[in-house]
Design a protein around this ligand. Structure first.
Ligand SMILES: Nc1ncnc2c1ncn2[C@@H]1O[C@H](COP(=O)(O)OP(=O)(O)OP(=O)(O)O)[C@@H](O)[C@H]1O
Length: 720
């Protein structure tokens, strides 16, 4: 054993001191952080009315809470309710958000505030991802997810309180959820009071529940007994809500206003309207960067393309600045970006750097992005619309509503005073619509109808929507469901096709594809195709390496089209990962896969996302009793199966090389990203139609024209 010299000993001593100090620091850090969080919580405007709010919820079954952005509604109210005893008897407080990113980030924040691990007392659930456990009491989720839960438990019996957050957004899911919650609340309180009465009588007469008239009451009562159903409390929440509409809908429900915002936000307008808002955005980014103090910038743009072009322009101009001023980093965030990549915007910028986040309206509500002090709002937003006559859903760019403008400015001023640059004159703001047209009035309703039917609500036109959707849109969507075999001629959910389609968390056409694939013995392949179609941008082609990326794509390309190409990519990536796993640790294998993807111009995050979706839908399919079998090397059944499910998106080549979509009669063109762009087969099916300056169709497969009449006789007949 080496002898210890005095200097060694001194070294050891100093090491020991460092260790102790580090330990102390480690222990002190969370403590200091917790103290800071506690102080922050107390300083929020909502903290002053905690007791009042609890009283209001106790006294009212439905409550509308309006409070300025950043006042603490989303993060605090669920915690108050939990501490106030609303989770007694195992009840859960569910909070719905219109967007995944909000559900995830808010849950993380609240778990931290509560000092618990995410997924324990505080968790979240979004489609394809459930981070909750038996001990979860505060659960953030998307509104769509709660709707799906209602299919399995129509009384939403595990929830004692449901908070519908950001209700002003009026997404189609929010609107359907409101109608559903209204019914559930009524049934549950009826059930509970009946249960009390009957229990009382039962005790007196020794009568058995089963003898009671009315099978519905009896079944509710069974649930009430088994699960101790309590009345459901509903809270509707937003910063920019017309409380009157919601109050009337819930029979005169009480509305409370939480006064005060945490920090002031200075709103600046332009003097003149801007002719080119992208250019104005760029100028404002650099103006802030050159003239304003520290703080990150959040820019609202309309979509991925705009975001990528602004990002490119920023990087082109950056080298023109002096070296010390080049410390500016850009981060994109849009909905088709995988969650892990979206989360990058929440990481602090390196010291000395300014972060510029280029976002769609995904970052508009509920989220707090640390460091944001400046918001740039050009006042535009991209929305999906629905043309019932052609059945297409074009995306158009329109002006935001006042409610959206307020939400956007509310993203500054969350950690300190902020500034919002609206790139239009002040008098333009006054002309904006108060709120956005509810999505239910401008979308394809087939999913909604399928869902309501599965919940046992057959009379769609008579359903108590907060605002009635267009009758023609309802009829068109029912027609689509009928042609897919989901509805019977009496407009009932068909058994088993419609029932199965409603249970799968997918668009009706994708669900249909899985159902047929299980009959065609190619479900294994179709699960992969559907998972790959559910993510965006599998391939990327950087401008400077266009030729290389084209060559890479060729090695996966199938002459039959994009669906089989996607299958090839998925399989090749799986094969690579499996081989790599044999000789490497899991982390190393994943790292190698990322490298492989990069070399092949494949978006590794999209492939990972597709893998996650694949395992989730495969689980769903197995739980539903589907047999997951493969068609092997002969992919003909898969192609026939695509024709049998996507038949409503069939198109025929015309002499000039464009296509005619058979169901809408529209002239469409193959998108340049398709492997069939040059081949142009005679008859094809496509996955989606995107309207830009052309009607582009994407994700296309070659089919045989005769298959249409054979596999979709309800739609097509052979001409004599
Ligand atoms: N992830 C986070 N990181 C840091 N601070 C946060 C985070 N989430 C919330 N906060 C802080 O808590 C405050 C209250 O946030 P909360 O989301 O509860 O407000 P809100 O009233 O629901 O606002 P909004 O209507 O904009 O959703 C924010 O202003 C911010 O200071």
């Amino acid at each position: 054993m080496p002898s210890m010299t005095s200097s060694d000993s001194a070294q050891r001593q100093s090491n020991h001191n460092t260790d102790v100090n580090q330990l102390k620091k480690l222990k002190a850090e969370p403590f200091a952080r917790r103290q800071k969080i506690e102080q922050h919580r107390k300083s929020l405007p909502i903290a002053a009315v905690e007791k009042v709010l609890l009283e209001e919820v106790r006294n009212n079954d439905t409550l509308i809470v309006v409070g300025e952005t950043g006042s603490g509604k989303t993060t605090q109210l669920p915690q108050y309710l939990n501490n106030g005893g609303f989770c007694r008897n195992g009840g859960i407080i569910g909070i719905t958000q219109p967007r995944r990113v909000a559900a995830i980030t808010v849950a993380k924040r609240v778990a931290e505030e509560c000092g618990v691990a995410l997924g324990q007392q505080v968790g979240y659930a979004i489609r394809f991802e459930d981070v909750t456990s038996r001990s979860t009491r505060i659960k953030y989720m998307t509104d769509g997810l709660l709707l799906r839960e209602a299919l399995l438990d129509s009384y939403l019996s595990k929830y004692s309180v449901i908070i519908v957050d950001e209700a002003h957004e009026r997404t189609v899911h929010t609107d359907v959820l409101l109608g559903l919650l209204k019914t559930v609340q009524k049934t549950r309180s009826q059930g509970v009071s009946d249960a009390v009465n009957i229990d009382h009588r039962e005790a007196k007469n020794g009568m058995l529940l089963e003898k009671h008239n009315g099978s519905e009451v009896a079944s509710i009562l069974k649930q009430c007994r088994g699960k101790k159903l309590s009345p459901l409390k509903i809270i509707i929440m937003s910063a920019s809500l017309d409380a009157r509409v919601f109050s009337e809908y819930f029979g005169g429900a009480r509305a409370v206003h939480v006064q005060g915002r945490q920090y002031p936000v200075d709103i600046l307008y332009t003097r003149q309207p801007e002719t080119d808002y992208i250019d104005a955005t760029l100028i404002t980014i650099f103006q802030i960067h050159m003239e304003e103090g520290p703080g990150d910038v959040l820019v609202f743009l309309t979509g991925q393309e705009e975001i990528e072009s602004v990002e490119r322009l920023v990087h082109e101009r950056l080298p023109q600045l002096s070296e010390s001023k080049r410390k500016l980093l850009t981060f994109p965030i849009f909905s088709s970006l995988p969650s892990e990549k979206q989360m990058k915007v929440f990481m602090p910028a390196p010291v000395g750097f300014r972060k510029v986040i280029l976002a769609t309206n995904i970052a508009e509500t509920s989220v707090t992005i640390p460091g944001i002090k400046y918001v740039i709002d050009p006042g535009m937003v991209k929305v999906r619309t629905y043309e019932a006559s052609t059945g297409i859903e074009p995306l158009i760019i329109i002006k935001t509503s006042k409610a959206q403008a307020l939400q956007r400015s509310g993203r500054a001023g969350r950690e300190g005073p902020g500034k919002c640059y609206r790139l239009y004159p002040e008098n333009e703001f006054d002309k904006l619509k108060d709120s956005t047209t509810p999505e239910i009035k401008r979308c394809n309703l087939s999913n909604v109808i399928l869902h309501l039917k599965a919940l046992g609500i057959d009379d769609i036109i008579g359903f108590d929507f907060i605002e009635q959707p267009d009758r023609i849109a309802i009829i068109k969507s029912m027609e689509l469901l009928f042609l897919l075999g989901a509805l019977t001629e009496e407009s009932k959910l068909s058994d088993p096709v419609g029932q199965k389609m409603a249970r799968l968390p997918l668009d009706p056409i994708y669900s249909k594809a899985l159902i047929i694939a299980s009959q065609f013995n190619c479900l294994e392949e179709m699960l992969i195709v559907v998972a790959m179609l559910s993510v965006e941008s599998i391939f990327y082609a950087p401008r400077e390496k266009l030729e290389e990326s084209r060559i890479a794509l060729k090695s996966f390309a199938s002459p039959e089209g994009d669906h089989l190409t996607l299958l090839n990519v998925y399989r090749a990536s799986e094969e690579f990962l499996q081989k790599s796993n044999l000789v490497n640790s899991k982390e190393k294998a994943e790292k190698n896969l990322r490298k492989w993807c990069k070399e092949n111009f494949i978006n590794s995050r999209s492939v990972k996302h597709a893998r996650d979706i694949h395992s989730q839908i495969r689980r769903n399919a197995e739980q539903m009793g589907f047999h997951v079998t493969s068609c092997g090397d002969d992919l003909l059944p898969l192609r026939r199966c695509l024709a049998a499910s996507f038949f409503l998106n069939a198109a025929l080549k015309q002499p000039d090389g464009t296509y005619r979509a058979l169901s809408s009669g529209l002239t469409v063109q193959i998108h340049p990203s398709s492997v069939l762009f040059r081949m142009k087969p005679d008859c094809i099916i496509f996955d989606e139609l995107v309207r830009t300056n052309h009607n582009y169709i994407r994700n296309i497969s070659r089919i045989d024209y005769l298959w249409l009449a054979e596999l979709a006789p309800q739609c097509y007949a052979l001409q004599e």
